[in-house]
Design a protein around this ligand. Structure first.
Ligand code: C2E
Ligand code: CA
Length: 710
């Protein structure tokens, strides 16, 4: 393929002007044109070069290989850029080898195909250590920077580190060069860098920020904020990474009394509540001086708890950091973005003159979370809901503004999340509505409208019902049977949850005795909420329920949410030990993928663990489910803890979990939770019938069956 055409005369004139060495070689490997720069480089007179074989300029040990490469270039390639080959060597007339860089291009001279080579002398550049202005500037900046900076190669091994980086880790440059960060990364954080690098390799991102821990040479643990960026060559191959770090250990240590810390959230670095309150006072003062108005945007992440439960806290923290960065990107400089606590952020808008401006800002904040967040190798969808409260000179005090934003937020959530809602006085009525619902629930408890229903737990191999899970229902005058998801959250936000918990224990133990008064009869499991588990009355409630019912303690099992146990393993251990002393068993509920702490949790004194529905039916988001089940079953076996698969809806589910070795199962395939009076037939009837039953479709079916019973 011919790239450029011309006659020998015009080529010679062109080459003569070039500052780099240049020559044209024909297909036979003979130099047909060359310029003065090349003559100087090779120390041959120009006339000597022309007509001579090209290989004369190549060291003899490389001549044969060079001929092969030249032939390959002639037949296949059109051009080759500077920098695409390294360690090219040219030999001069005096036999001196010089390092060169060569660019090639196919040309046609007087109709004959040939190759044009541009030759740049590198040995010269290196010898005189010529650095371009900008190279010099960057090198000096790198060297004197007080921020630790490293360059790593495509395998993330360190190729250059500045003094600040060496100091950060207390290690010499010699120790660090050629190593990757696993040398000094805190063992639990090893995955963070790997995941990031993997994303960079796959070109999902080319810049990232995250927080991780290092171990200083002297053993101290350092917390560092890492910003890394990858550089790629023209073909998209990763060339190197540049990594800049910030030591935030001090900032984050609880004891450090730094001013920053007093006013900023240690995880995200955003303003904290104290700083927000201060800004709010100032903003209001400004509004009363200058007019206009301001707004509070209460930003609450949607279903963040699931991220935490599903991926663990390490990921949860990184999600919060990533969200903070996204929101910051769209924040106006005059405004204040604050982490208000947990997964709640507050955005304070100052000096606006139209409500539309505030809506626009809310839209931008939501938009900033539209794309999934890249966190530790995962693409996490994390949206938020926003409650907006506006104020002007007339508005009442600061606290009311925050409360109004909170009410609007509640409304945004109610309307389906991932949206904003603006406070209006009618929302206040809604809040009153919540109060009413709580009141109604309290009445329901008092007048017997709450009931426990029971769902069988089935031995996987023998198809025998071995126990029941007690699930609470509210028989509502207008709404029919109400599921616990609709009222437990509300109860949990008040003291009512304690009374509901005591009710569940008393009902369940009494009903269990009614099914059988044998000490070996089917057991009953009762769900505990976090507040109950760590509340002061749990043991008293359990003891009195056992005494009142006469149930053998071994037939009572309390289900503890896995998340709660994981978050506070030591307190959980204490409570379990106390319950075991009463003869009552414990189970872990909703076992998901808190893998880091799996082994630790299985050290607890448990009857069984109940694996999460999400693992029973792996979906695209949770493909590893099946492996996890295997793993949990294996660990369970080793520690003598049974495994219950819950949410079994089909015979497929059942087969899969039996194959994985689950001992027990529970789900709509066998039966939905039924009223106490409908339990007996489940105990007596053949289970094959149960297993062939299809899933009851809704709570209204259940309602029908319940009314049929009573
Ligand atoms: P959980 O502990 O995970 O209880 C299992 C839930 O899954 C129940 O929902 C049950 O009806 C449902 N379920 C059972 N089999 C299947 C199935 O095959 N497929 C599907 N899709 N779902 C199935 P329910 O009764 O609505 O209870 C919801 C949650 O409320 C429970 O989740 C539990 O955390 C809580 N809860 C229920 N009763 C009590 C109680 O008395 N005290 C406390 N603290 N929490 C309770
Ligand atoms: Ca449960």
């Amino acid at each position: 393929m011919v790239v450029s055409e011309g006659d020998a005369g015009s080529w010679q004139a062109l080459l003569g002007d070039l500052p780099d060495g240049a020559l044209v070689v024909n297909e036979g490997g003979t130099v047909v044109l060359a310029n003065e720069a090349l003559a100087q480089l090779t120390e041959y007179p120009l006339a000597d070069l022309i007509g001579s074989p090209l290989e004369r300029l190549v060291p003899s040990r490389l001549a044969a290989a060079h001929e092969r490469l030249r032939a390959a270039f002639d037949t296949s390639t059109r051009t080759r850029r500077f920098g695409s080959h390294t360690h090219l060597v040219l030999v001069t007339r005096e036999g001196v080898e010089r390092e060169v860089d060569i660019a090639l291009s196919r040309v046609s001279i007087d109709g004959a195909p040939a190759t044009l080579a541009l030759v740049r002398d590198l040995s010269d550049v290196r010898a005189t250590a010529l650095e371009s202005d900008s190279e010099l500037r960057y090198r000096l900046a790198f060297e004197i920077s007080v921020a630790p900076i490293v360059f790593t190669n495509e395998r993330d091994q360190i190729v250059a580190a500045n003094d600040a980086f060496c100091e950060l880790l207390g290690r010499s440059r010699e120790e660090l060069l050629g190593q990757d960060s696993s040398l000094f990364t805190y063992p639990l954080d090893l995955g963070i860098t790997e995941a990031s690098l993997e994303r960079v390799r796959r070109r999902e991102v080319d810049a990232e920020r995250y927080v991780k821990r290092y171990v200083h040479r002297d053993g101290r643990i350092l917390v560092v904020e890492v910003a890394r960026r990858a550089a790629y060559d023209a073909d998209g191959r990763l060339m190197f990474n540049v990594i800049s770090e910030r030591d935030v250990t001090e900032e984050r240590s609880l004891t450090a009394q730094l001013a920053h810390q007093a006013l900023h959230d240690p995880l995200t670095g955003l303003a904290n509540r104290a700083l927000l309150e201060d800004r709010l006072v100032r903003a209001r003062a400004k509004v009363s001086r200058q007019g206009g108005f301001g707004a509070i945007l209460m930003v609450d992440l949607d279903d963040f708890k699931e991220v935490n439960d599903f991926h663990g806290h390490l990921v949860g923290d990184q999600v919060l950091i990533a969200v903070a960065r996204r929101l910051e990107e769209v924040a106006r400089t005059a405004d204040t973005l604050c982490r208000f606590g947990g997964d709640e952020f507050v955005y304070l808008v100052e000096g606006v003159h139209q409500a539309d401006q505030v809506r626009h800002i809310a839209g931008r904040l939501l938009g900033a979370l539209e794309r999934p967040l890249a966190v530790m190798g995962l693409a996490i969808e994390q949206h938020a809901s926003i409650g907006i409260a506006l104020w002007d000179v007339e508005s009442s005090e600061d606290v009311a503004v925050l409360e109004q934003a909170d009410l609007a937020l509640y409304e945004a959530k109610r309307l389906g999340r991932n949206r904003y809602a603006v406070y209006s006085p009618s929302l206040h009525q809604l809040n009153v509505g919540r109060g009413r619902e709580l009141h109604a629930l309290r009445e329901a408890l008092a007048d017997g409208s709450l009931a426990m229903h029971y769902q069988p737990i089935v031995a996987a191999t023998s198809t025998t019902v071995v126990g029941f899970e007690a699930l609470m229902r509210w028989r509502h005058a207008e709404r029919g049977w109400v599921a616990p998801a609709e009222f437990l959250g509300l109860a949990e936000s008040s003291d009512l949850i304690g009374d509901l918990g005591a009710f569940a224990l008393h009902e369940a133990t009494r009903d269990a005795v009614a099914w059988s008064d044998e000490p070996t009869g089917p057991y009953v499991t009762v769900n505990l909420s976090a507040r109950q588990l760590f509340g002061p009355d749990l043991l008293e409630h359990v003891r009195s329920a056992l005494v009142a019912s006469g149930l053998a303690p071994a037939r009572l099992i309390l289900e503890i949410p896995e998340r709660v146990a994981r978050e506070d393993a030591s307190r959980t251990t204490l409570v379990i030990d106390e319950l075991r002393a009463l003869g009552v068993g414990c189970a872990l509920d909703g076992f998901g993928d808190g893998l880091a702490s799996l082994a630790q949790l299985l050290n607890l004194d448990l009857r069984f663990v109940k694996i999460d529905r999400s693992l029973v039916r792996p979906t695209e988001v949770n493909l590893v489910g099946a492996d996890l089940v295997d793993f949990i079953v294996t660990l369970g076996r080793r520690t003598g803890i049974g495994v219950v698969a819950q949410g079994i809806e089909s015979t497929d589910d059942l087969e899969r979990l039996r194959a994985a070795g689950c001992d027990l199962s529970q789900g709509f395939l066998f039966s939905e939770a039924v009223p106490a009076g409908a339990v007996k037939p489940l105990l007596d009837g053949p289970l094959s019938e149960l297993a062939s039953k299809t899933k009851p479709s809704s709570i209204s079916d259940m309602q029908a069956s319940a009314t049929a019973e009573s």
